[in-house]
Design a protein around this ligand. Structure first.
Ligand code: PEP
Ligand code: MG
Length: 537
């Protein structure tokens, strides 16, 4: 048994097998092997696995995209049966070298050969050779395809996880997350919260191959990751897990009840979501609306911009599912830790304070307009509101409103129906909080993003795990900015909510109510917990 200590970002207990999620950019390293016959067999078995994967991909593509698009997987399978290619790999293994390296040698040799051909069709096969070789190398190295591949739900253990990697994973297959790196306010932690899976970040451990498949326990209450627990500990953890699930069930009796204090003060309690799939959990938790739809997650984990049509479908589905309850869609907040290759953003010294969010949208209005068109078209199907991230000035809002005006005018001319849409801003920079008296004159609501507001106010990088202990989330500077923003909003007659992670901190629920906060938006998993805190006041 081995116990590792991490920083808990989602409470709860999970018991299951470990799945080591390795990064995709693996490079084959040359090592010597003693048993070349065993290595050849390992290679042959990896080829068989690759072919099985390709069959699944073929059938899936055939169903979803048709024969024309599915054919490529058949071609890849045939390439993996090519004797010359297979022999080229085996010849290198026979020299006493490892399979991963041998495949990479054959890959180079064949890719170059195809690339040097005159025929355009044959030239293009170089990319296929690289593709099939990468697939086999990854299998040999134990690296899954994008996402995780397992039959039973597992505890995902990783060095670190980016938001893009996390969104690609099938939630049904995950029991918990444990990462060596990461901080509690990172978007990966936020995603883990939205999935409501016990999770630890900043876990002091060295990842080792032999961990894979071992039984382990994640204790998100005490920040512990126990690998191969002794029988008595395992039994204790299973019974604590059952107790935790029973407690969660206990909260369910609050479903359908109001968010009201004993002296009659009511508040809206909404849920944060990152995708259409999260809506069910929000409804299940009896959230009164969606207080933050992080629309940028629609842009992550793909190779190209989502089209107006695709976005329209997503927003429409969320609005329809929420059946008239308010849905606040935040326009895309790409940049900083939310990286998307096809945006072709240049590396920056300080990405959190760089070219991101509304700054990109105002600089590249074609991206912004596509998103606004999709939201306004979807607004006919429910109660949509839009909010804009990373605002620092009144001028930005004026420019946004000009663009919004043009978008609406064009949609009207094209004959689209639209609903009434409130326009608000995230107050997540100290600048916005300080000039909230002026900003309040321009918008219908404020939603305070305490994650960024805290990082910028305290000059504490939310991604930096070393600063976890120095980051005081209840710092008076942050609380005063929140109080000031609420007061300034109310002076202009607009409502003010909080959608950062602090909204779910029940130690502050009373304080927020005293400040006059009108809405709290939290992950679905926290809705009933916060409702209880409100009703206990
Ligand atoms: C915030 O900054 O508090 C917020 C809600 O936005 P995000 O966490 O997506 O940056
Ligand atoms: Mg933010």
């Amino acid at each position: 048994m081995k116990k590792y200590i991490g920083k808990s970002v989602v409470k709860g207990i999970a018991v299951g097998r470990i799945y080591w999620y390795k990064k995709q950019n693996y490079e084959a390293v040359k090592t010597e092997v003693l048993d070349t016959e065993a290595e050849r067999e390992r290679f042959e078995s990896a080829v068989e696995t690759a072919k099985k994967q390709l069959t699944v991909l073929y059938e899936d593509a055939l169903d979803r995209l048709g024969e024309e698009h599915a054919m490529i997987f058949e071609i890849h399978k045939m390439m993996l049966e090519d004797e010359d290619y297979l022999d080229a790999v085996k010849n290198v293994i026979n020299e006493g070298l490892n399979g991963e390296y041998a495949v990479s040698v054959a890959e180079e040799q064949f890719a170059e050969m195809f690339a040097s051909m005159d025929d355009e069709y044959m030239k293009a096969r170089a990319a296929d050779i690289r593709d099939i070789s990468k697939r086999v190398i990854n299998i040999l190295a134990g690296i899954g395809e994008d996402g995780i591949h397992t039959d039973e739900p597992v505890i995902v253990v990783a060095e670190d996880l980016t938001p893009s990697e996390t969104v690609k994973m099938d939630k049904e297959k995950i029991l918990a997350f444990v990462t060596v790196k990461g901080s509690s306010n990172s978007h990966t932690a936020i995603l883990a919260r939205s999935m409501n899976l016990p999770s630890l970040v900043n876990t002091k451990m060295e990842l080792k191959e032999e961990m894979n498949g071992k039984v382990a326990v994640v204790d998100g209450f005490n920040g512990e990751f126990i690998v191969e627990p002794e029988e008595d500990i395992l039994q204790e953890m299973i019974s604590r897990k059952n107790q935790w699930i029973a407690d969660l069930k206990g909260l369910e009796q609050l479903k359908g009840k109001e968010n009201v204090t004993s002296d009659g003060r009511k508040i809206n309690l909404y849920a944060n979501i990152g995708s259409v799939n999260d809506v069910d959990a929000a409804l299940e938790a009896d959230a009164g609306g969606i207080g933050l739809f992080r629309s940028e997650f629609l842009y992550l984990g793909r190779n190209d911009y989502p089209s107006e049509e695709e976005q329209f479908e997503s927003y429409k589905t969320v609005l329809e599912k929420m059946n008239g309850k308010k849905v606040i869609i935040r326009t895309l907040d790409i940049g900083a830790d939310k990286k998307v290759d096809y945006f072709k953003l240049e590396p920056e010294e300080n990405p959190a304070m760089g070219y991101r969010a509304i700054r990109i949208c105002l600089d590249r209005p074609e991206i912004f307009i596509t998103q606004l068109r999709a939201i306004y078209r979807a607004s006919a199907y429910g109660t949509a509101a839009i909010m804009f991230p990373m605002i620092v000035s009144v001028n930005e809002i004026i420019r946004i409103k000009e663009i919004v005006g043009q978008v609406k005018e064009k949609l009207l001319a094209e004959g689209f129906r639209m609903g009434e849409v409130e326009l608000g801003i995230m107050v997540e920079t100290p600048a916005a909080a300080v000039i909230s008296d002026e900003l309040a004159k321009e918008v219908d609501f404020f939603s305070i993003g305490t994650n960024d507001l805290t990082q910028y106010t305290l000059a504490v990088d939310r991604q930096n795990q070393k600063l976890e202990s120095t980051c005081d989330t209840h710092h008076p500077a942050v609380l005063r900015l929140i109080e000031m923003t609420v007061a300034n909003g109310h002076k202009e007659g607009i409502w003010v909510g909080i959608c950062g992670e602090l909204a779910a901190d029940t130690e502050l629920t009373h304080t927020f109510l005293d400040m006059g906060v009108d809405e709290l938006s939290v992950s679905a998993a926290n809705v009933l917990k916060v409702r209880k805190a409100i009703r206990d006041i």
